[in-house]
Design a protein around this ligand. Sequence first.
Ligand code: FAD
Length: 277
Amino acid sequence: MIPPIASKFVAGESPAEALEHTRHLNDRNVKAILNLLGEHYHERGPADEDAEAYVRLLEDIDTAEAEACISVKPSQVGLDVETTVFRENMERITDAAAKKDVFVWIDMEDHETTDATLDTFEELTRKHEGGVGVCIQANLKRTEEDLKRLADLPGKVRLVKGAYDEPESIALKEKEEVNAAYREYLEFMFEEFDGGIAVGSHDPAMIEYAKELHEEHGTDFEIQMLMGVREDAQYELAEEYEVYQYVPYGGKWLSYFYRRIMERKENLLFAVRAILS
Ligand code: FAD
């Protein structure tokens, strides 16, 4: 059992708890993106184990008839071991997902992983005719070129601002610059993509801009936010738009929870209040 203090951001330790949370979301028209917490494995054993856990989760999603997809971190399934391990495990997961008709997202990690992640995405999304999506980061200078490549591929693309502290030589460092790039990439996606656009942001300004672009171009899109962040907005948006909540679960919840409370002072206050009560 995870302590109540962490349960705002993490659905529980087990797949059953993640699916219970999914049921509540589905009742409010929000779909789930399930993520088993874990990353940066340097040996094949734990990477294979987590890949296997995802395969079992796909069975559970199917049995529960849940409106849910999954999202996998490359270093969780072997990218820090060897690119071929990552590729093999992702293929195993996407093959199993295709049988159950469940969509698979590939999260994006730091810039050293971008090429391997995009190459594997391209291969798998062609194999599974669009049953796979990849995340792309507005703070990286290379993203303009990457989006041109992605425009010609089936599947979905989740645009985020970028969570990793990248060197200035390859990344935008100022918040305003990243926001401007995010808008510019949204414009490109709404103009050039046939659909499959995911706005992975809590920022009301970016979501509003995506809505405007949708009105202008008619291209389909979805909004994705994290569990525990602007949940009222998620439910409200779900009355009109397709909304997904990213739902982390699993035994490795502590470092994820720590990241969430450190990134925003309101989250820290929430944690302190929960301890005091
Ligand atoms: P920010 O720029 O952090 O904030 C902008 C505005 O949003 C704030 O001023 C406020 O109005 C609102 N806001 C933001 N947070 C809160 C809050 N806690 N409560 C209330 N209002 C808030 N990054 C990666 O690098 N790789 C990934 O694979 C990846 N996947 C992601 C998947 C999803 C579904 C999401 C939502 C994010 C993901 N990220 C990923 C993280 C992302 O890169 C950003 O670091 C993170 O989302 C913060 O940027 P933002 O656009 O949400 O808003």
